[in-house]
Ligand binder design. Structure first.
Ligand code: LLP
Length: 407
């Protein structure tokens, strides 16, 4: 949160007061910091710079055009999982030569579009998908570069709903099928197998799962007897949502990768999402009402689970702080909720919060990743406006949706 700091008791994004932004454009509002975005990207580049890497920003984390364009200008590629994300990445200026297409269910139309755009790599997840790619390649008299996604059966030790690398998960292929498909692809006239890909889950803060994953990849590559020009390690790098938690140690991860590369002369692809955009975004909300009960006070905000799904979907806790810090010793226990007719429309219960009143502004922290991208129009609620701060400049990067568009 270092790009969001209190100045004279008012929280600022870079050099802009958030109280001022909220007054200008209304609430709820997503606000991102360009400096934070660039700093996170550079930190990632630095941590893995001693080898040949492609950093393909995972667009699903935040698909705003300006976010993708900012990262692309820094040199990032893109990891996309739908024709829509692919079109956005291209429109934001990411060259096709830096785009990786992942996902378990790419349609014929999506594959055809990707092949027409000559993107860098398609990571296939089934034999049927490879056959579909071969059909398109044959009709265009081309050879298409592909990867095959391995399911390493590795527990990412993260929230169950966002774990993707265990054998019961729908993603990737078992070791046995993977090796069969390597043989199949090697004999194909229409595909060139150049990558092994994996992605074991998201919000991983411990290095052990990655170490285990690398051991499995090492064994499977040796067994497959194929030289993979690229190994795509996916994303998943976790961030510190709370003071008590730590983000993943890049250095340790980098050391494990170096060890792995001693046996394999491959280039590495990363698909980071959360670690690049997560802590660069906040959600500013206004208090509509305060409802007092015997045990706690409900703070009813103008943002809800449709704007930020993570607490309702995964039980995740995002820190909440006031826009204007007030002195005084009076502290309260508050339950921050939205106006939606669901009991899961609840963000956080916070003890020892400064005393609040109706119309005060609060901030929900670290929502740059999977905040806006998971939002919906549930209860016919228009999507919030999105702002990207650059120094003292306020750029509207997505207008507030109008109610009329939903009717
Ligand atoms: N690559 C693949 C193939 C993925 O499936 C994902 C995320 C990523 C890369 C990027 O992972 P990241 O670096 O952001 O962890 N909605 C959930 C997260 C779902 C992640 C889905 N796949 C959340 O809000 O926590």
């Amino acid at each position: 949160m270092s790009w969001f700091e209190y100045r004279n008791q008012v929280l600022c994004a870079e050099s802009v007061s958030l109280a001022h932004i909220a007054k200008e454009v209304g609430t709820p509002l997503y606000c991102y910091s360009t400096a934070a975005l660039k700093a996170n990207y550079e930190e990632f580049v630095d941590a893995f710079r001693d080898r040949d890497v492609l950093i393909a920003y995972s667009v699903k984390a935040n698909a705003n055009q300006a976010v993708i364009a900012t990262l692309s200008a820094c040199g990032a590629g893109a990891d996309v999982v739908s024709g829509g994300e692919l079109q956005r990445a291209l429109a934001a200026g990411v060259p096709g030569s830096r785009i990786v297409f992942s996902g378990v269910g790419k349609t014929f139309e999506e594959l055809n579009y990707a092949i027409n755009k000559k993107i860098f790599l398609i990571n296939a997840e089934s034999k049927s998908e490879i056959i579909e790619i071969e059909k398109i390649a044959k009709s265009k008299k081309r050879i298409i570069d592909i990867g095959i996604r391995l399911n390493p059966n590795t527990d990412a030790k993260t929230i169950n709903q966002i774990s993707t690398g265990k054998k019961e998960d729908k993603f990737g292929l078992t070791e046995k099928t993977f090796i069969e498909l390597v043989k199949y692809a090697k004999n194909s006239k229409y595909v060139n197998l150049k990558c092994l890909s994996v992605h074991i889950g998201s919000q991983i803060v411990n290095n052990l799962p990655y170490e285990k994953m690398l051991k499995v990849i090492d064994r499977v590559i040796k067994k497959s007897n194929h030289k993979f020009e690229f190994v795509d390690l996916g994303g998943g790098i976790g961030i510190a949502y709370h003071n008590k938690t730590k983000k993943l140690n890049y250095k340790k991860y980098s050391i494990s990768i170096s060890k792995f590369l001693k046996n394999h002369n491959s280039k590495i692809i990363f698909e980071p999402g959360r670690s690049i955009i997560g802590d660069t975004g906040i959600l500013i909300s206004k208090i509509i009402y305060i409802k007092k009960t015997k045990s706690k006070d409900f703070i009813i905000l103008d943002s809800a689970m449709n704007d930020l799904m993570r607490p309702a979907l995964y039980g995740s806790n995002h820190k909440i702080i006031p826009v204007i810090k007030k002195g005084g010793s009076s502290k309260k226990t508050y339950e921050f909720v939205g106006p939606i007719c669901e009991s899961t429309d609840k963000f956080l219960t916070s003890k020892n919060f400064q005393k609040l009143k109706e119309k005060d502004l609060i901030i929900i922290c670290d929502v740059g990743a999977y905040g806006m991208s998971l939002s919906s129009n549930y209860n016919v609620r228009p999507n919030p406006i999105e702002i990207l701060i650059k120094g003292s400049k306020i750029n509207i990067i997505k207008k507030r949706q109008k109610l009329i568009d939903l009717i």
